[in-house]
Design a protein around this ligand. Structure first.
Ligand code: ATR
Length: 292
């Protein structure tokens, strides 16, 4: 679509932003759906977060994504908040409304959509979540919201696992999340586990690493989801597969956080075949470069 007088702007604010894959997702979807929108990255300094949101509104920007390190800081500059984003305490999507922007967390919605796409059940299941940082928060809240029976939350620093568990249990008024130190995985009694890897350990170039390597843990994992998508097969995924489990990486979560944000921006559903075209574009961009 040619940029003209009717083009509406979408953007991403964060710091840094130059390695983002979001323009590829949104501009592919815009092209597929023949919508006159254009998505660009904006580098924003930390003391300018509110000014950036207000400036975007003044410039009639249709919607924005927000990335690290502003997913919390941006919240005070918004006119409304989606309840799930409010619970998680982080926003990655700003949707234009009367007077400002409403905040959503499509990282959480994208994660749930990846599970749905992969036919991974949540209700009544038991999950083990590795990590208790920002990515883990979105995962733990969304699993609890969707009625998972129990979540064991394992983290290197136990205090952080305890803190997040308390928050989620208070929010859903049930003891759904049980914090454990990483080495206490042996206390998990369930034999059919959905495991979600939410730490940064194993991210390229340190692809050989995994936060938990004990074979006996992986024996009970029927499905493992790693939020990392670079490399496309992580050590965690290898360990799951070696013990006969199904494994997927986080590229579909990235895709669907983008697709869900795009749908909120433009107020239209994206047909699945168009999401698949955006997915192929992501795979192409992530393909290791040959030569030299
Ligand atoms: P993100 O936004 O990607 O979740 P984060 O909030 O910094 O990033 O969280 C990083 C997660 O990876 C945390 O759970 C962290 O464990 P701690 O809370 O104990 O720091 C985990 N992590 C990072 N490096 C790690 C390492 N070398 N060993 C074990 N866990 C690690």
């Amino acid at each position: 679509m040619e940029i003209n007088g009717k083009t509406r702007l979408l953007g991403l604010m964060g710091n840094p932003v130059e390695h983002t894959l979001s323009p590829a997702i949104h501009n592919t979807l815009a092209e597929q759906m023949r919508l006159n929108v254009c998505y660009v990255p904006f580098l924003v300094e930390s003391e300018r977060v509110r000014a950036a949101v207000e400036g975007a509104y003044a410039l009639n920007v249709l919607g924005m994504n927000v990335t690290v390190p502003y997913k919390q800081a941006v919240m005070e500059a918004l006119t409304g908040l989606d309840p799930l984003a409010e619970q998680i305490g982080a926003v990655n999507t700003l949707v234009r409304e009367e007077g400002g922007y409403r905040g959503y967390n499509t990282d959480a919605l994208g994660f749930l959509r990846e599970l749905e796409q992969e036919n991974i059940r949540i209700e009544g299941e038991t999950a083990v979540v590795l990590g208790a940082g920002g990515a883990s928060r979105a995962v733990v809240f969304s699993l609890a919201k969707e009625g998972i029976r129990k979540i064991y939350l394992l983290n290197r620093s136990f205090a952080k696992a305890q803190e997040l568990s308390k928050e989620v249990n208070r929010c859903y008024e049930r003891e759904a999340v049980i914090p454990l130190a990483m080495e206490d995985y042996k206390k998990i009694e369930e034999e059919r586990i959905l495991a979600v890897q939410c730490t940064s350990v194993g991210l390229a170039p340190e692809s050989g690493r995994c936060v938990l390597t004990s074979e006996d843990f992986y024996r009970n994992v029927h499905t493992g989801v790693d939020l990392i998508y670079q490399p496309s097969e992580t050590m965690f995924m290898k360990l799951v597969r070696q013990q006969g489990g199904k494994a997927c990486n986080g590229l579909k979560m990235l895709l669907y956080q983008g697709v869900t944000a795009f749908e909120l921006f433009v107020g239209q559903k994206v047909p699945e075949e168009m999401s698949q075209i955006a997915y192929e574009r992501l795979c192409e961009l992530l393909k290791p470069q040959g030569g030299m």
